[in-house]
Design a protein around this ligand. Structure first.
Ligand code: PLP
Length: 382
């Protein structure tokens, strides 16, 4: 099996779990449950509606939420747009100050840049050197006119975990809306909306073995707060998000969330062991630096810098390894990752960064071979 490709890019997307794929395929064809869930006049429609509502229970259950708090979207990008632009629109009469961080996903950063162009004022927090946005930084940025704080639960590049429970407590006291991008944490870390003081939580299916193109926004039910739609149409999803619901996608997302809920803690400890095994293979053998704190980050993500090496060159020397570089290619020039930069990682290290992400189908054999490939490439390059 020497020539096998090894997939270590689970943070970019996961393969669909076969059990989920089976469910999905049962909701497409004439002999399946394929209908428009909004078709109220026949059995086909009622069955599709029942399937969608079952999936809503599965997603709500993972978040310990009420089914009426789940709004289907096309993914976490759309959920983030709906949450952030929606709150800005709904609460602008109270103030125009917003708080987020430099280490967010582009789907959040670009919403805030857009709002800046519309006259909102944004405080951009920096994470600490481990990639965590600390409570004190949030507390210090709060003003009288702050209406929204948006922070991710888990960072997609470093795996750093923000203490959203503590941040939520601070914001609740101040009556500031708290949005969490949980695309990387849903199904991997406990999210309990009964104890987590968040108003809006973005999730998607494709980071947790469901299909791409479907997600959900948790919208806490609270008096006097209505989240204005960003996509207008037939008034689906209690007016918050119009569009015919993709029955097959939603059913698949529900299944992937239910599976995750059942196996979360065992799976996370198994994946942590794989990450540790990978590190053990490298320690003392090659020169590298960990971006983040392994013990305080999500088990599946490991971001490493190889000082004085170029990430892009490393990637092309590792054609059998499916991993991500820590930098982005912007019009022919390489620029270091905005996340690593915000943590204070220098350009020399940021340009030599690689993200390894492990998941449900990663084997010990994959980990050992990947480490071997990496070691031999690095030895050749020195
Ligand atoms: C993947 C990801 C997104 C985007 O989700 P899509 O469903 O692909 O739109 C947003 N935020 C984070 C942190 C992510 O990892």
């Amino acid at each position: 099996m020497k020539n096998k490709l090894i997939y270590l890019d689970y943070a970019a997307t996961t393969p669909v779990d076969p059990r989920v794929a089976e469910k999905l395929s049962q909701h497409l064809t004439m002999d399946g449950v394929f209908a428009n869930p909004a078709s109220r006049s026949h059995m086909y429609g009622w069955q599709a509606e029942a399937a969608v509502e079952h999936a809503r229970k599965q997603v709500a259950s993972l978040l310990n939420a009420d089914t009426r708090e789940i709004v289907w979207t096309s993914g976490a990008t759309e959920a983030n747009n709906l949450a952030i632009k929606g709150v800005a629109e709904a609460r602008q009469d109270r103030g125009k100050h917003l708080i987020t961080s430099h280490s967010e996903h582009k789907a959040v950063i670009d919403c805030f840049k857009y709002l800046e162009s519309k006259g909102f004022e944004v405080t951009w927090l920096n994470p600490d050197s481990n990639g965590e946005v600390v409570c004190e930084a949030v507390r210090a940025a709060i003003r009288e006119d702050t209406i929204l704080v948006s922070l991710m639960h888990v960072n997609n590049e470093t795996g750093a975990i923000n203490d959203v429970y503590e941040i939520g407590r601070i914001l609740k006291q101040k009556d500031i809306i708290f949005h969490i991008d949980a695309a990387q944490s849903a199904g991997k870390l406990p999210i309990d909306t009964k104890t987590l003081d968040a108003d809006l939580i973005s999730t998607c299916a494709h980071k947790i073995y469901g299909p791409k193109g479907v997600g959900a926004l948790y919208v806490r039910r609270r008096d006097g707060f209505v989240l204005p739609a960003q996509i207008h149409g037939g008034g689906h999803e209690r007016g918050m998000r119009s569009g015919t619901l993709p029955t097959h996608q939603i059913v698949a997302m529900g299944e992937s969330f239910e599976i995750a809920q059942v196996c979360m803690s065992d799976e996370q400890s198994a994946i942590f062991k794989l990450k540790q095994m990978f590190l053990d293979e490298l320690i003392g053998q090659v020169n590298f630096k960990i971006n983040g704190d392994v013990t305080r980050s999500i088990s599946g993500i490991l971001n490493l810098s190889f000082p004085d090496k170029d990430g892009q060159t490393l990637l092309s020397a590792l054609p059998k390894l499916a991993i991500s570089s820590g930098s982005a290619c912007t019009s022919a020039t390489m620029s270091p990752s905005h996340v690593l930069k915000s943590m204070g990682v220098g350009d020399d290290c940021a340009l030599g960064a690689l993200r390894f992400s492990f998941g449900r189908f990663t084997t010990e054999e994959d980990v050992i071979s990947a480490a071997d490939m990496l070691k031999s490439v690095l030895h050749r390059m020195t």
